[in-house]
Design a protein around this ligand. Structure first.
Ligand code: FAD
Length: 381
């Protein structure tokens, strides 16, 4: 006799995959529905930076716990992730940017993060040889790092299959079914799938499922341009960012440079399929200025990604009071790749009806209705 599914996960990005993994590991019967294909949205477009530095105080405990989990993820999933703790260098190219970085370093040190302010370009050059002349200062967080997005997603999928999780690609959830104040599954193109628990991890599309329930949250959907070069011999260790977040880059394990740009616009209507030429040209210029020795490396591919950006750039992570059985995990605002493994753990605890090991109070959706609600900045990379 077929066993009933206990949890339906909507979304096959890192969040949905990590949630499904933790639930299946704890013995739950899980099915995952992905509208497109695994990693089709932000989790495939991502830079793959795993950082704690530059995080909002509410998010920092999650990022620090996530860094611990990234260290053991490969062993738990049984496949390579490309994770390495190479540090994150955030560069200042003007006195104003240097002041921004110094403020950030002081604030993060006060919260207990090991992060240094480098005022001598020689120290910066020693960590990242080949950087251009315009760099004046930087922050360096040695326990930050990076992972290879495709490897990570593939490793999760393999682990899920091993654990017996049914993965349905190209099968969007059309509605979340609610009966008498409780979730009772989803509707897909193939009909009703029943389950007492639903986890919504649908990134920029989450509001489509929440609006009919009266639970939509304010989300902007800016675009971010990315590109990758052909491989070069390995030389760049840390992930590189800049104070104004216009560019972030790193060298992948295969030697190619992976580069992403600034968040721009709000793409709810009329999504383009590829990068706008102006945005790509600006990003190519910024990269060549920061790493002149890479200026002649051939381009391999370019893309655009979208961010599910909330007004304070913090996610929504919540077990809903109404309908019961619905857990939300989206709105990662351009920095959710790093958080995936810990969000998987926290959400699995919430599905089980337990209080999660780290507080998620700051991530409730009702904060958007409050007065004096702060607007945030977002850094990715
Ligand atoms: C260019 C770029 C660079 C970034 N760099 C970094 C970085 O360096 N470090 C970092 O930590 N973060 C970074 N981020 C952010 C990070 O990639 C995202 O926060 C993270 O990948 C979000 O994962 P997710 O699973 O929540 O969402 P997504 O990866 O967007 O996954 C949601 C999935 O849900 C699916 N879906 C939507 N609607 C439905 C439906 N109705 N039914 C079923 N499935 C549905 C979508 O197809 C999608 O695959 C970056 C993002 C971008 C775009």
């Amino acid at each position: 006799m077929a066993m009933n599914t206990e949890v339906l996960v909507i979304g096959g990005g890192i969040t949905g995959l990590a949630v499904a993994f933790e639930l299946a590991r704890s013995g739950r019967r899980v099915a995952l529905y992905e509208a497109r294909r695994i990693g089709a949205m932000a989790s495939g477009a991502t830079l793959g930076g795993i950082r704690q530095s530059g995080r909002h105080p509410a998010e920092l405990p999650l990022a620090r716990a996530a860094v611990g989990l990234w260290g053991e993820l490969e062993g738990r999933l049984g496949a390579p992730t490309g994770y390495r703790r190479t540090g994150n260098l955030r560069l200042a190219r003007s006195a104003a940017e240097a002041a921004t970085i110094l403020r950030m370093v002081r604030a993060q040190r006060a919260l207990g993060l090991e992060i240094d302010y480098l005022a001598d370009p020689k120290d910066i050059g020693a960590l990242a040889p080949g950087l251009g002349n315009g760099v004046l200062a930087a922050s360096f967080c040695p326990s930050d790092g990076q992972a290879e997005p495709t490897a990570v997603l593939t490793a999760y999928v393999k682990a899920l299959r091993r654990l017996g999780v049914a993965i349905h690609e190209a099968e969007p959830a059309r509605t979340v079914v609610v009966e008498r104040g409780r979730v009772n599954g989803i509707e897909t193109g193939g009909g009703r799938v029943a389950a007492p628990n639903v986890v919504l991890a649908a990134g920029i599309d989450s509001n489509r499922l929440l609006a009919p329930l009266g639970l939509a949250v304010p989300l902007a959907i800016p675009e971010v341009v990315g590109f990758r070069t052909l491989p070069r011999p390995p030389r760049l260790g840390p992930v590189i960012g800049v104070a104004n977040a216009e560019i972030a880059f790193r060298q992948q394990t295969d030697g190619s440079f992976r580069v992403t740009g600034a968040a721009a616009g709000d793409a709810v209507a009329g999504r383009p399929r590829g990068p706008r030429l102006g945005a790509l040209a600006r990003l190519l210029d910024a990269f060549s200025a920061l790493l002149p020795e890479a200026a002649d490396v051939p381009l391999a591919e370019s893309w655009i990604g979208f961010l599910d950006q909330t007004p304070d750039a913090l996610p929504v992570i919540e077990a809903c009071d109404e309908p019961r059985g619905l857990v939300l995990a989206f709105g990662f605002s351009g920095h959710g790749f790093a958080l995936g493994p810990i969000v998987g753990r926290l959400v699995a605890e919430m599905v089980a009806g337990r209080s999660p090991e780290l507080s998620v109070e700051a991530f409730r959706r009702d904060r958007f209705g409050r007065q004096g609600f702060p607007a945030g900045v977002t850094l990715h990379g």
